[in-house]
Design a protein around this ligand. Structure first.
Ligand code: ANZ
Ligand code: ZN
Length: 870
């Protein structure tokens, strides 16, 4: 037979599917719904292997569920706003819009060449006016519901690029692009009040039992609920500026209050600011702190530094005990109260700080097995449980009991007319700052009037469209420099006013696209009926790098949309799966990294060597890393599809590793996958003439029975594997099945199979094709055609296995000779006495033992044991 030609077959079937519109989903359909979604791509230019893996997995689920009779929604779109388009504009003088839509066109073609069963009729890009128009409607609705605020906050400001940087964009205190020293600036920004949903976002996680536990844990930590105490320390008047009578701290460890040795406040704490006014050294120190960057990681890794303000406070339980007040770089203004009491023995940062400034270290929690007289803390803080010591009335209690004691007592003491202690639940989660001083994003639909203040754009005036005529010749936000665009009449008084020039964080765009897919044609952001029918997404698949922000923002957005009446549910993603990365060997030549396409692997005596194809020079084989341009270890999906076909690429992506782990892309692996494609093709086409007009029928007996049993067992298991997203297991079973039926198929091809075997084989190949269809959809169609089957594999039902063929209907009995076990007999479970006796006498070890003579007796204990008396 001819070799299978994937290129011709794949384009053919893709066109057939497209013309028949079989993946276009109707909203009103009586069948049960199933919504499968892969995280939509950013149109960076070309798809990469990570996309291939992600979309191959989603497509298996979509095709499988379709075959199982569900009305499947499997849409695709583009997360199309963002910085790279503007960078391209600055570097290559191409308009962000043009750059983006060109990339989309390329990538759409690439995705289509993968043969994904997507409903392209619902496609949109978040930079489509149609889409961001609805996003502006949502913004205004959220504003109306009090879920949007404007407030000043500290941001990382890049003075060269004149833009706000995300924490991730600050590297060693400098802007990632400009290299300029980043400043902390107070900027007025727009915020979504995600913290209004603190408790709900936390408790909602408990309901998401189809999410990976590690993702739920990451979200829990990010939300960061803690139960603590506000403690008000009275200021020693002699040491403080006028009007400063107390410092309020937040602590989760009030039990350690007797181990306190200092107070530390943030550089932006009001007291620090006041003191800095007439203390130049302190002002300089505070300034220095502002350069650290606001991220937790930046604060955590920076060396702990402090400045003694000279102010002293009194210990809440002892008026004669004073503590020094420092300004410290590790205390953040926007957490708790921006002030802490330091307990060096039981907190590592406090200990580092105390050691640096010679402050006392008094342990107050004694670990089990230590004795109080000798226990010291020097380099490592003790953060675990134990028994209270050095703590007066708390001594002997557990920290938990001590917490309660301190809280109860401080709640009853008053300071300046308020209790000195107050229990307080605190969250780490901050409101979501969505303002970006950028062009390529969704304009925030607000207007600034000198007389009337900040007002929403009237809904009738939406959309606020991005202007096309913008220049990228200077850093900063082109919208801000666009006088004509900015100019607008105040919707209230009619006087000249200004448009808001900030655009929305692109995370906003991806926080509701899954809802929009349910009715992308709708004038309102959603069609309530459609969105409530389709959501939640049954299976969401994407990278674990989105485990926190994207998923949390989407969970918030869904709740906010519910408040605004755009959806009826709270949790958008019922099932979540986070896939592993695609990794590849790296190669290093004399002039740096070398691409896999430029080398050849030579194997001799089991040793692998890499040489440059061009010169034959040896290159070093390096470690296996995530595919990245910087290490040049990328393999272009286009090349793979061109040489092996999409089915091979998909099959390999699904085959090698559990889907949540990294998969190592290897040339030999791809070739193995391709050999399998060819093998299936050859076996089926060669047997096709014999099987074409055969009516499928399973068998229970003989060779045909073995075929039927193998195929039904595999069918059951593969279905279960796909339901569990264990694609690699399904693939392994299919390899095995093909091995099992290859021989019989060749017998059939040679015209030597009996009717029963032919019928069993016909059924087996039909089922095999149905099973490979979700993974290798083109090959499945082609094989079906060879067999003369009607209809398409893409719309065929998933076959049902016959339970009767799956029960273990064989039994293994120990066989004894004169009461001593000599071997086993495997036989049909329902075999009668006579059949067992007959089979036993056929066993080699029995024949040898009897050596031609007849046994005296054969004792058969049914279902248990056989004893041959010689
Ligand atoms: C005294 C103490 C003693 C603390 C001890 C810890 C251990 P979580 O659980 O994350 O909420 N803290 C409070 N506000 C802070 C701020 N603005 N910047 C830096 N640190 C701050 O952590 C709460 C603990 O983090 C608080 O409890 C406080 O230090 C510190 F043995 O108070 B603790
Ligand atoms: Zn006005």
């Amino acid at each position: 037979t001819e070799r299978y030609n994937p290129r011709a077959a794949e384009t053919h079937w893709q066109k057939v599917w497209e013309d028949a519109k079989i993946f276009e989903t109707e909203n009103d359909d009586p069948r049960e719904k199933y919504y499968v979604l892969e995280m939509f791509p950013y149109p960076s230019g070309r798809i990469h292997m990570g996309h291939v893996r992600n979309y191959a997995m989603g497509d298996v689920v979509a095709r499988y569920k379709r075959a199982k009779g569900f009305n499947v929604l499997h849409p695709m779109g583009w997360d199309a706003f963002g910085m790279p388009a503007e960078n391209a504009a600055m570097q290559n003088k191409v308009h962000p819009k043009e750059w983006t839509y060109q990339n989309i066109a390329t990538m759409r073609q690439q995705l289509k060449s993968m043969g994904l069963s997507l409903d392209w009729s619902r496609e949109f890009a978040t930079c489509d006016v149609d889409y961001y128009h609805r996003q502006q409607m949502l913004f205004l609705d959220f504003f109306e519901k009090g879920l949007v605020t404007r407030k000043t906050s500290k941001v990382n400001w890049d003075p060269v690029d004149q833009t706000v940087l995300a924490n991730e964009q600050v590297v060693d205190g400098r802007g990632w692009r400009s290299g300029a020293l980043v400043e902390q600036r107070e900027l007025t920004q727009w915020f979504f009040k995600i913290t209004d949903f603190n408790e709900e976002l936390l408790s909602g996680l408990d309901t998401l039992d189809h999410w990976p536990e590690k993702v739920r844990l990451m979200q829990r930590n990010w939300i960061g609920r803690s139960e603590g105490l506000l403690v008000r320390f009275g200021v020693d008047q002699a040491t403080a500026p006028q009007g400063e009578s107390e410092i309020e701290v937040y602590t989760t460890r009030p039990d350690t209050l007797f181990g306190a040795s200092f107070i530390a406040i943030a550089a932006d704490h009001p007291l620090a600011k006041k003191l800095a006014q007439d203390n130049a050294a302190l002002a300089a120190f505070a300034d220095d702190c502002r350069h650290t960057g606001t991220s937790v990681a930046a604060v955590e890794t920076a060396e702990k530094k402090g400045f003694d303000t000279g102010v002293r406070v009194k210990h809440p339980f002892d008026d004669d005990w004073t503590l020094p007040v420092y300004v410290a770089n590790f205390v953040l203004m926007d957490y708790g109260t921006g002030a802490i009491f330091g307990c060096p023995a039981h907190d590592q940062r406090d200990l580092d700080f105390a050691n640096k400034y010679g402050l006392p270290v008094t342990p107050v929690v004694l670990p089990a097995g230590e004795d109080a007289a000798h226990f010291r803390v020097t380099e490592t803080a003790y953060v675990d449980d134990g028994t209270m010591i050095n703590s007066r009335f708390l001594d002997g209690l557990t920290p938990e009991e001590a917490f309660k004691q301190v809280a109860d007592r401080l709640e009853k003491i008053a300071i300046n007319g308020r209790p000195q202690g107050e229990r307080k639940v605190q969250f780490r989660l901050r409101d979501w700052g969505i303002s970006r001083q950028r062009y390529w994003g969704c304009p925030i639909p607000m207007i600034h009037c000198d007389d009337c203040g900040v007002l929403p754009v009237p809904k009738a005036d939406l959309p606020v469209k991005l202007p096309d005529d913008v220049e990228f010749d200077r850093p900063g936000n082109p919208l801000d420099r666009h006088a004509a665009w900015k100019q607008v009449a105040c919707p209230k008084c009619g006087k000249a006013a200004r448009r808001e020039t900030d655009t929305m964080d692109t995370f906003v765009d991806s926080s509701w696209y899954f809802a929009r897919f349910t009715a992308p044609w709708e004038n309102e952001p959603t069609d309530l009926k459609a969105v409530n029918e389709w959501l939640p997404v049954d299976q969401y698949i994407g990278g674990v790098e989105h485990a926190i922000l994207h998923l949390l923002y989407s969970r918030f957005f869904t709740r906010a949309m519910k408040v605004a009446g755009h959806v009826g549910i709270e949790e958008p993603f019922k099932g979540l799966f986070t896939q592993g990365m695609v990794v590849h060997e790296t190669y290093k030549g004399p002039d740096g990294w070398v691409a896999p396409a430029d080398i050849r692997i030579e194997e001799s005596d089991g040793e692998r060597k890499a040489v440059l194809i061009s010169t034959g020079e040896p290159v070093e084989i390096g470690s296996i890393e995530k595919m990245s341009k910087s290490k040049k270890n990328v393999v272009d999906p286009d090349d793979i599809i061109a040489s092996y076909g999409a089915d091979t690429a998909r099959w390999f992506m699904l085959s090698d590793s559990p889907p949540d782990r990294d998969v190592i892309w290897t040339e030999s692996g791809v070739e193995g996958a391709h050999r399998f494609v060819q093998r299936v093709w050859r076996l089926i086409t060669e047997a096709a003439p014999a099987l074409r007009d055969v009516t499928p029928k399973s068998a229970f007996e003989g060779e045909a029975g073995l075929v039927s049993k193998a195929v039904h067992k595999t069918l059951k298991a593969v279905g279960e594997d796909i339901e569990k997203l264990s694609f690699n297991k399904a693939v392994a079973r299919l390899y095995e099945l093909v091995n099992t039926i290859a021989g019989p198929l060749q017998i059939a091809a040679a015209g030597k199979a009996d009717t029963a075997l032919e019928a069993a084989l016909r059924e087996a190949v039909d089922i095999l094709i149905a099973m490979i269809a979700p993974m290798m959809p083109h090959l499945a169609e082609q094989c079906r055609t060879e067999l003369g089957a009607d209809g398409l594999a893409a719309t065929a039902a998933w076959p049902a296995f016959d339970p009767a063929l799956i029960v273990e209907n064989e039994i293994t009995l120990p066989v004894q000779i004169n009461g001593k076990k000599r071997g086993d007999l495997t036989i049909a479970r329902d075999a009668d006495q006579l059949a067992v006796e007959k089979a036993v006498l056929e066993l080699d070890f029995i024949k040898t033992a009897l050596n031609g003579s007849a046994p005296k007796k054969i004792i058969v204990v049914p279902q248990r044991i056989v004893n041959v008396v010689a």
